[in-house]
Design a binder for this molecule. Structure first.
Ligand SMILES: [Zn+2]
Length: 280
C-alpha cells in the first residue's frame, strides 16, 4: 500500500515534503514536483478511489448542458485540429474519463469521431439514457479498446493515486495517442487568494476538503508525464473562458470578466496538459 505521508503521490519523492497545518487540516507540499496534497482521503466516491463531487456542481452542469452545445461544438472543432496536428493522422476515437453530461459526444460525432464517455457517478449514466448520449459506468480498468485521444477534465485532482491512474490511461492509448488533462491550477489568481490566510479561506488554494485533496502546478504535470513514455506537447495555464481550452460552462458576466482577466495575466484557473504516447 502507498503511504503518502512518507512519499509524494506524483514524484514518489520523500526528502522534499513540507508538512504544515491549514486551519483544521494537515497539508503536505512537495518541493520536488510542486504538488500540494492531503495524505488521508477520508471520504471517497462510492466504488472508486477518488474524492467525491458536490451535488451543486452536478446540477449546474446538467442545467448548463442544454445551453452550451454551440460552445462545445466550437471547442471540439478547434481541438480536433490540434489533436490531428500532433497525431499526424485522422483522429478516429476519443475516450472521455469522468465525462459528466457528455457535452462532447455530439460535436465529435458530427466530425465522424467516435466518442466514448465513462463516468463513475450514476447520475450521469441516467442522464445519458434520457438524452441519447452513450455514457457508461464501466471503470477505466475494464475499458478494452485503445484510443487516439484520452481526455480527463477535472478528474485527476480527485484521484488518490495519480501514478496508477496514469498507467491505466497510457495502456489504453494507441501508439502516438494523446492524453489531454484539464485541472485546477494551484498557481492561479483564485488559488493564491485562497492561500493568504486560513482565517479567510477554508480551502488551501484548490485543496478543498473533502472534494479536492490534490492540487497541481505546471511543473507537477510535467513530472507526471516524464514518468511514463509520454512526450509533453503542451503544459499551460489559461482562463476558464479560453477560446480553445476553456470549460463548457454557462458563466455569468462577472465570472467571464474575472476569468478572462486572470487568464490574461498568466494566472488562469485552468491547467492544461497534452502529451503524446511514444511507446507501442
Ligand atoms: Zn512530488
Amino acid at each position: 500500500m502507498n503511504n503518502f505521508e512518507q512519499s509524494c503521490p506524483v514524484c514518489s519523492g520523500s526528502d522534499a515534503l513540507n508538512k504544515f497545518s491549514w486551519g483544521e487540516y494537515p497539508v503536505i507540499h512537495c518541493n520536488q514536483c510542486g504538488l500540494d496534497y492531503c495524505s488521508q482521503m477520508v471520504e471517497k466516491e462510492s466504488g472508486g478511489n477518488s474524492s467525491p463531487v458536490h451535488l451543486e456542481g452536478i446540477e449546474m452542469m446538467a442545467n448548463a448542458f442544454h445551453k452550451t452545445n454551440e460552445l462545445a461544438t466550437q471547442y471540439a472543432r478547434r481541438r480536433i485540429n490540434i489533436y490531428e496536428s500532433i497525431l499526424k493522422r485522422k483522429c478516429q476515437n476519443i475516450l472521455e474519463i469522468g465525462c459528466g453530461p457528455g457535452v462532447f459526444y455530439k460535436p465529435y460525432k458530427q466530425e465522424s469521431i467516435q466518442w466514448d464517455g465513462i463516468e463513475i457517478n450514476s447520475y450521469w449514466k441516467d442522464f445519458g439514457e434520457k438524452n441519447n448520449i452513450p455514457i457508461s459506468d464501466k471503470p477505466l480498468e475494464l475499458v478494452e479498446k485503445t484510443y487516439d485521444v484520452i481526455m480527463a477534465h477535472q478528474v485527476i485532482e480527485h484521484v488518490e493515486d495519480p501514478l496508477a491512474f496514469m498507467r491505466s490511461i497510457v495502456s489504453r492509448l494507441k501508439p502516438g495517442g494523446i492524453i489531454h488533462l484539464e485541472l485546477p491550477n494551484q498557481n492561479s489568481l483564485t488559488a493564491r487568494l485562497r492561500r493568504i490566510s486560513s482565517k479567510l479561506s477554508f480551502d488551501y488554494g484548490f485543496i478543498q476538503p473533502p472534494m479536492h485533496l490534490r492540487a497541481y502546478r505546471k511543473q507537477t504535470i510535467k513530472h507526471l508525464f516524464r514518468q511514463f513514455d509520454l512526450y509533453s506537447k503542451m503544459v499551460i495555464d489559461c482562463g476558464n473562458t479560453d477560446g480553445i481550452w476553456g470549460q463548457v460552462r454557462d458563466y455569468n458576466l462577472f465570472q467571464k470578466s474575472f476569468y478572462s482577466f486572470a487568464g490574461k495575466i498568466g494566472l488562469g484557473s485552468l491547467l492544461i496538459g497534452l502529451a503524446q504516447y511514444s511507446g507501442d
